[in-house]
Design a protein around this ligand. Structure first.
Ligand code: BES
Ligand code: ZN
Ligand code: ZN
Length: 493
């Protein structure tokens, strides 16, 4: 999709549609700015109250216009309540309506909103449009006319010159979100550890600022990554540890390391998942997808920060060779782990990755993203990701980035008493802690492997994959976490 900017309504080019935003002020509905002669078209829907200006309301007027044959009156809701998120939602609603009508090229009268900065207005409009302007069609062979039609051109009218730069910046961020969504939505049999490795080497080819290192099975055996290897035992495909380095600030020693769970399909292993629990498990590399989307954006925007991505990746499969409940395996850190349940595999592969990062990569902070527990979906549903951290300042910055991007997070405690639930009689620790506080005990397990490094863990099991589309999130992969991380990285230091 392409953005352009023109100075005023008179300068606009022909398009399929002109969008005029309206809002509710003191009980009456008004254009956000004056629309001159065009108000002769919008007068009657206002007089009859057929158009109420509600958030996301879309009313089509068919006109004999010089530049467009259609006008949309777009509702932004109550002027006093208007904020970035509400604006995003209104433009998302507009975008979905355009797609249904196969409209490709639109002119938008940019609303100037006194309570919001110009950056915020353009950000909200571009994100609202771009996050909704996505379709996953890789496996559709249907005739072209049955494929979804997406917006191709958006012209922002009456926006300042910087608007184009702002819109393009958020377009890059949304490209990272699309990359994450595509990876989650791809077949588990396509998106293997080797495929993810290929994405990483592809990024290193695309951006000089990214370097990629990949550990194959032989190297992982040499490094003694016993937990990643254990989870991989039942798989056809080899595991991989994928490392990408982005150096955006060579003078600084500060380095954020993000770690993403890359389980390309989670059958549960010998503690096999049942029908209803397994069908969506191609999403179990959602954390890895978030990390790849994030480093893509960081490199393309040339963020002045250092970022490393670490992805432990394998399938959690089932065969005669697979790892066994009740057995004890030795982690990269040397700690031994009793397997209480082979379906708690994410924390195992993350433990080896985290310990590797702490020992070898001199991280300033570690942030991991993982579709780790079904329990987080029970606690927070699909609206909010779980956040757990050993560092209050880091947690606070991430919570702020979450509310800024509306990728909201809620922090859960890591009180040391929870550690008792992971006691093992035969090993140093056990990989399950029973049903109570399932998301917390999973994080307590991870914490054993980060030492004193400031660390935060996002449990995105409820937010990385949706069974139904909502607002600007499409059905299935959402790409959650990319926008949050970019916001966080931009505000570092
Ligand atoms: N990949 C799952 C968690 C998950 C559940 C992700 C739903 C996305 C949607 C994870 O590996 C898992 O199976 N966790 C178990 C842990 C239990 C055995 C302690 C769970 O949540 O049931
Ligand atoms: Zn599992
Ligand atoms: Zn899993």
């Amino acid at each position: 999709m392409e953005f352009t900017v023109v100075a005023n309504l008179d300068n606009r080019k022909n398009a399929d549609l002109l969008v005029l935003p309206f809002w509710q002020v003191n009980g009456s509905v008004k254009g956000v700015t004056a629309y001159g002669k065009l108000e002769s078209y919008t007068k009657t829907p206002l007089e009859t109250s057929d158009f109420k200006g509600k958030e996301g309301e879309v009313l089509y007027l068919y006109v004999d216009g010089k530049h467009e044959k259609r006008i949309v009156m777009l509702g932004l809701g109550d002027s006093l309540k208007l904020n970035v998120e509400r604006l995003r939602r209104s433009f998302s609603s507009l975008t979905k309506s355009c797609q249904a009508k196969k409209i490709k090229n639109i002119n938008v009268a940019t609303p100037l909103i006194p309570t919001l900065s110009e950056e915020d207005v353009v950000r909200a409009i571009s994100e609202g449009i771009l996050l909704s302007n996505y379709a996953f069609t890789r496996y559709k062979t249907d005739k072209k006319e049955n494929l979804p039609v997406l917006l191709e051109k958006v012209t922002l009218i009456q926006a300042a010159k910087q608007a184009l730069g702002i819109a393009e910046k958020y377009q890059t961020i949304c490209e990272g979100v699309y990359l994450a969504r595509d990876l989650v939505n791809g077949n588990a049999d396509d998106i293997t550890p080797q495929f993810l490795s290929g994405v990483a080497t592809g990024l290193a080819k695309e951006f000089k600022s990214i370097k990629t290192t990949i550990f194959n099975k032989k190297r992982l055996e040499k490094e003694k990554m016993g937990l990643l290897l254990a989870v991989n035992q039942g798989s056809r495909d080899e595991p991989a540890l994928i490392i990408l380095d982005y150096i955006g600030n060579p003078k600084s020693k500060d380095k954020t390391v993000i770690v993403g769970k890359g389980v390309t399909f989670d059958t549960g292993g010998l503690n096999l998942k049942g029908t209803g629990g397994m069908e969506t498990m191609k999403c179990d590399m959602g954390g890895a997808a978030t990390c790849l989307g994030t480093i893509y954006v960081a490199a393309k925007l040339k963020l002045k920060t250092n970022l490393t991505v670490v992805i432990p990746s394998t399938e959690n499969s089932i065969s005669a060779e697979c790892y066994k409940p009740g057995d004890v395996y030795t982690s990269y850190s040397g700690k031994t782990v009793e397997i209480g349940n082979t379906d708690a595999e994410g924390r195992l592969i993350l433990a080896d990755a985290l310990a590797y990062v702490v020992k070898n990569l001199k991280p300033t902070r570690i942030i991991d993203f993982a579709t780790l527990t079904g329990a987080i979906e029970i606690a927070l549903g699909n609206e909010t990701s779980g956040l757990m951290s050993n560092d209050d300042a880091l947690a606070d910055s991430l919570i702020r980035a979450g509310s800024d991007t509306f990728e909201r997070v809620w922090r859960l405690p890591l009180y040391e008493e929870y550690r008792d639930q992971l006691k093992s009689d035969v090993a140093d620790i056990r990989n399950i802690g029973g049903r109570p506080a399932g998301s917390i005990t999973a994080a307590i397990f991870l914490q054993e492997f980060v030492g004193n490094t400031p660390w935060a863990h996002f449990d995105i099991a409820g937010t990385a994959f949706l069974n139904d589309a909502r607002r600007y999130h499409p059905k299935h992969g959402t790409g959650i976490g990319v926008r949050l991380m970019i916001d966080f990285l931009q505000n570092l230091g």
